[in-house]
Design a protein around this ligand. Sequence first.
Ligand SMILES: Cc1cc2nc3c(=O)[nH]c(=O)nc-3n(C[C@H](O)[C@H](O)[C@H](O)COP(=O)(O)OP(=O)(O)OC[C@H]3O[C@@H](n4cnc5c(N)ncnc54)[C@H](O)[C@@H]3O)c2cc1C
Length: 290
Amino acid sequence: MRIVDIIRSKPVTFSLEVFPPKTDDRYDTVAQAVSALSFMAPDYMSVTYGAGGGTSKNTVRIATEIEKIHHTTALAHLTCLSSTREEVRGILGDLRDNGIRNILALRGDQPHPDSGFPVPHDYRYAYELVNDIRAFGDFCVGAACHPEGHPDRVDPKADIEHLRNKVECGVDFLVTQFFFDNGKFYDYADRVRAAGVNTPIIIGVMPVTSVKSLRRMIAISGTSLTPRMKTLLDRWGDDPDSMAKAGVLHASEQILDLVSNGFGGIHIYTMNKPQIASAIRGNIGFLLGD
Ligand SMILES: Cc1cc2nc3c(=O)[nH]c(=O)nc-3n(C[C@H](O)[C@H](O)[C@H](O)COP(=O)(O)OP(=O)(O)OC[C@H]3O[C@@H](n4cnc5c(N)ncnc54)[C@H](O)[C@@H]3O)c2cc1C
């Protein structure tokens, strides 16, 4: 099913993100996590994309399992910075042939100069990928937005103009980078709407379960820590069990506030941890009509 039709059909949607294995020997572990997550009956599940042969193939493979084995709508992420146009067309063909109808079109991050990954320079920005997907076939296309600004941005106004340009290329829905300060998101949503962008916005919610991984993600996303999140990290950061419980409660309260303020597209960055997603699902069930 097209995700934009799912979003339009109900006031609150609940969806889950998984990431594919980097190596094939981890495939079964990820497949088991995907299976456990699919039991929560999410409205759809997204699969992240890592540039480079094995990882990108596993995105298509996991997305196909989500559709064909778990009978759940899949959203395949696709990045362009590290790919040639020909490689992108190859992946689009694989997705189409496997019945995947939804793609999240992303630029991808600049590979580290020492990583050995080439940058072919066929693409510079995500809007070029949106154009190519539209030219290729009939996909429902999502794109990223960054409520606290993209780390590369020079000027917040330009960031919104670039977002508008990307949406005008044919984006059906947006998914946000994670954030902890809902107030900053409400302000951003007002600015996006004021710029004439009326595309549905799905909110990516990150349950914090590990200080180490949070530090890594903050460094690349530009997300800021709130005083409340800092307090939780200071108090529970050295106690993984308690940190996970605090992270679930924080994410659940964030979602309660978002839905109460009329933002009903809730997407959980699960980090492939079904028990965390399930605990959040339990807390917010009443918002989903349970
Ligand atoms: C929901 C979500 C999912 C993600 N999933 C993945 C994933 O699966 N795999 C992965 O590798 N990464 C993923 N990322 C990370 C993403 O690839 C990075 O954040 C990347 O740096 C930017 O991607 P984008 O699609 O927002 O880029 P763009 O929309 O291209 O924007 C990037 C920057 O370029 C600027 N810009 C855009 N157009 C122009 C222009 N014409 N001139 C000048 N500047 C311009 C924008 O203002 C912005 O500052 C995800 C991010 C999000 C929010």
